[in-house]
Design a protein around this ligand. Sequence first.
Ligand SMILES: Cc1ncc(COP(=O)(O)O)c(C=O)c1O
Length: 446
Amino acid sequence: MNAPEIKTALPGPNAKAIIERDAKFVSPSYTRDYPFVIARGEGAVVEDVDGNRFIDCAAGIAVNSTGVSHPDVVRAIVDQAQKFVHMSGTDFYYEPQVRLAEELASIAPIGGDVRTFFGNSGTEAIEAAVKLSRYYTKRQGIIAFLGSFHGRTMGSLALTSSKAVQRRGFGPMMPGVYHAPYPDPYRFKGGADESAAASLSFITDQILTHLISPDEVAAIVVEPIQGEGGYVVPPRGFLQALRELTATHGMMLVVDEVQSGMGRTGKMFASDHFALKADIVTIAKGIASGLPLGVTCSRADVMSWPPGAHASTFGGNPVSCAAANATIKLLKEHLVANAATVGEHLMWGIRTLQQKYPVIGDVRGMGLMIGIEFVRDRQTKERAVDERNALVQAMFRRGVLVLGAGKNAVRLAPPLVLTKDQADAVLRVMDEALAEITALKPRSSR
Ligand SMILES: Cc1ncc(COP(=O)(O)O)c(C=O)c1O
């Protein structure tokens, strides 16, 4: 499928009709930034119900790791669905779930033997991680980071602190959660290493000194790259420092790889870039190419809870497990490598655009997890929120789907099948869209 190819005004008539129906009957809590209504897709291209084609740099929020309906994944889904759709791994056994647990034991960024708990989503993976940390350590406290996103159910929501609207009206939150600043090398006044030092010092000199004793903290929960919060990559030593801190005090280190995992960063997990071994790792989104699945992998000795302690009726659905097994095979064969090479190409192209457009303050990320932060002024770093929002719209009108992240960043999280040619097309569209939103001819950077 060729893209971009825009044939109608957006939204076209068919999209408009569906959106009107949606507006009456579907929860208004969803954030739809632009009126895209999918009809079908192939690889990294999606077609709307009016025949307009887009390059998809959103991938259903970093989920369609193998692209839209990859034939191998569809075959695995159909094969499994024809045998049985559900049997509940809580009460019975089935081979696809065991196979997936074996596979995860070999790839999860955890040292030693690994066991896996199966849920349906990222938030459930976090709930399981919090419960397991509390159960194993017999402690209650949880330390998370400002700007983080870990889900929206009542446990994970207490950790989530990305946008106030996500918490507003839902209190009181689960008690026992403390937040530290996430190190932001671009925004911190003083440099990357200092941002990490400040964050660590907040944990040790503020939280663990004034608020809760280290021996009451069950876990530190961290995204190895902050996703929703703006695709912020922490400085190199930060995650290892958390590893040491948690080991010293007998806390669990829970690494949330829900968005950054499954090949997105050009390695199987973002943790792999930092040689990080966690006690517990949460994975969802890209693991099953779009079927609902969230898993909590843990050191085998930590996952010591007894039968009945935690389970989910649908968790680890056989069809989702079959999709995940097919997905992991494709990732290992070539898609993790493709994410690394095409990601590097895309990142280079965006950095070139950064030379041209002062509104691009920062370009960061790994593999095909790329964040672009927009500023009004490179010295003051005033957040260019309207410009970011305008860019998202301008790219949509030209046939590229992107999502915002944080207050003033755009995230690129395309399927890992994105080709170099498609990356070049994304760059061309971004160039045009930037020229439009900055309302000026491209000029040299200051
Ligand atoms: C890092 C991270 N953790 C957890 C979640 C929650 O996942 P879900 O929406 O599947 O519940 C998300 C979702 O964006 C995420 O990015």
